[in-house]
Design a protein around this ligand. Structure first.
Ligand code: FES
Length: 96
C-alpha cells in the first residue's frame, strides 16, 4: 500500500498536490500545476534544479554529481526530475 504525499510550492499561487508515494515527481508535474521547469527529465540538463524540504531519499550518484556542479554544498538542492516521493515535500524554484 502506498501513502499519499503532499507536494507543496510555498510562495507561489500553485495549490499543493497529493500524489501516491513511490512515484517519480516528473511524471506528475507540468507547466500548469507547478512552478518547476523541466528540460531533459533524465537528470542531465539541470533545468529542474529546486530547493526541497522534506523527507526524501538522498540523491543517487548521478544526481549527486550534477548537484555538485550546479549547487555545491547545498543540502536542499535537488533535481526535481530525479525525485521519488516517499513523504511530504515543499519545493521552491532554485534561486542563487
Ligand atoms: S529536467 Fe533535466 S535535469 Fe531534470
Amino acid at each position: 500500500m502506498s501513502t499519499l504525499c503532499t507536494v507543496s510550492f510555498p510562495g507561489t499561487p500553485y495549490p499543493a498536490l497529493w500524489l501516491d508515494g513511490q512515484q517519480n515527481l516528473s511524471e506528475h508535474l507540468t507547466m500548469q500545476n507547478s512552478p518547476v521547469l523541466f528540460g531533459c527529465r533524465t537528470g542531465i540538463c539541470g533545468t529542474c534544479l529546486v530547493e526541497v524540504e522534506g523527507d526524501i531519499p538522498a540523491p543517487k550518484p548521478d544526481e549527486r554529481e550534477m548537484l555538485d556542479l550546479l549547487a555545491p554544498n547545498q543540502a536542499k538542492a535537488r533535481l526535481a526530475c530525479q525525485l521519488i516521493l516517499t513523504g511530504d515535500i515543499k519545493i521552491r524554484r532554485w534561486t542563487e
